[in-house]
Ligand binder design. Structure first.
Ligand code: MUC
Ligand code: MG
Length: 387
């Protein structure tokens, strides 16, 4: 019997971060999530999330734009249809809607979550099955202050939460940034591995010099040093750099992945399901990376619990993640919106094993935090500890 897709709810939720998070293009002190809930005639529901960084500063879609796109354009294409075949519904959306990768990802996650819950299987089972139940997770040091970053890294090491650190650079001059990174790497020594994310801020000559200086400072990898449209620059840097070059913002789906492989324009890919256009598109990116001998890294858009869990199911199903993951988004937020928080222990995230995503939204919390909700006062436990 067909299971009718009856209703799509979307909410925007604002959650402050535990400290300012400074990237080359913007600084954030709150994270804005667009949450989706899809309800079906058999009583089943599925959850999804579309989250980006700094409104429109990072990518082409904003949370408000995603909500509008889903309410106004996605929902009429889906409501009333048989909801039991997520791939068929996604094909309808993709035939009628151009781009909108983050919104597509949120809706596909909700469709797959509901299908997996109905089947009584974890979402990873619909993606081929989990190969691992614990994903290594790094932490991003991005306070903008060297001393504070070192203190933060020491606290994470002491708590056995993270031993790999990504430093956000690109806001200051390259030599200032390298001095900042080198000071942190010196303080951590062999206890912590360090990599950097330039978020597109360098030009070719700066990147060439910077790669050598960062290699000398003991850094392992440079993420998206050049503008996202400079693939030739990335290819030249990949050929000359003494340390690994990773593509992030430049990868917006399987086609970009294929061209990066063709042009040898990266040593590693940051796999981001939202940027790719959904979990199935991201799985295609991963397959292309493997075929092209490109290392994989499980990236994040600093999503909350729903988006982070969706990525975790995909990443857990991949044969290899040479560069680990950065699925720490919920830990950067001061409020927990899941009934049971995700478990981070011994430098890893434990992938939920229950049906679907295996996590539930705390709807009281969502009601309090949602932008158009009845009240914006939060009463539950707040102010997440730093570690
Ligand atoms: C990015 O560019 O990778 C992921 C981790 C983090 O600190 O920022 C994001 C975005
Ligand atoms: Mg990045």
């Amino acid at each position: 019997m067909p299971i009718k897709l009856e209703k799509i709810d979307t909410w925007i939720v604002d959650i402050p971060t535990i400290r300012p998070h400074v990237l080359s293009m913007t600084s954030i002190s709150k994270q804005v999530m667009m949450l989706v809930r899809i309800s079906f005639s058999d009583g089943s529901v599925g959850l999804g999330e579309g989250t980006t960084i700094g409104g429109l500063a990072y990518g082409d879609e904003s949370p408000e734009g995603m909500k509008l796109a889903i309410d106004r354009y996605f929902a009429p294409l889906l409501i009333g249809r048989d909801g039991s075949e997520p791939a068929a519904l996604m094909a309808i959306l993709r035939s009628q809607i151009v781009g909108n990768h983050f919104a597509m990802h949120a809706v596909e996650t909700a469709l797959l979550d509901a299908a997996a819950r109905r089947a009584g299987l974890p979402l990873s089972a619909l993606l081929g099955g989990a190969r691992q139940q614990r994903l290594p997770v790094l932490w991003t040091l991005a306070s903008g202050d060297t001393g504070r970053d070192i203190e933060e890294a020491e606290a994470m090491l002491a708590a056995r939460r993270h031993d790999t650190f990504k430093l956000k650079i690109g806001k200051r001059t390259m030599p200032e940034d390298v001095a900042h990174v080198a000071a942190i790497k010196r303080a951590l020594g062999d206890r912590g591995s360090v990599r950097v994310d330039v978020n597109q801020a360098w030009d070719r000559i700066t990147a060439r010099k910077g790669a050598q200086m960062l290699a000398d400072a003991g850094v392992d990898l440079i993420e998206q040093p050049l503008p996202r449209d400079d693939r030739l620059g990335m290819a030249r840097l990949t050929a000359s750099s003494p340390i690994a070059i990773m593509a992030d913002e430049a990868l917006r789906g399987p086609r970009d992945a294929l061209e990066f492989v063709r042009d040898s324009a990266a040593h590693a890919f940051s796999l981001k399901p939202a940027q790719a256009g959904g979990l199935s598109a991201a799985r295609d990116v991963a397959a292309i990376a493997r075929a092209g001998h490109i290392g994989l890294y499980g990236g994040t858009m600093l999503e909350g619990g729903i988006g982070t869990t969706a990525s975790a199911h995909l990443f857990a199903s991949l044969p290899e993640l040479e560069w680990g993951t950065e699925l720490f988004g919920p830990l950067l937020q001061t409020e927990e919106i899941l009934v049971e928080p995700l478990v981070y222990r011994d430098f890893a995230l434990e992938v939920p094993t229950g049906p679907g995503l295996g996590v539930e939204l705390d709807m009281d919390k969502v009601e309090h935090l949602r932008r158009d909700g009845p009240s914006r006062t939060v009463t539950g436990p707040s102010a997440r500890e730093n570690v």
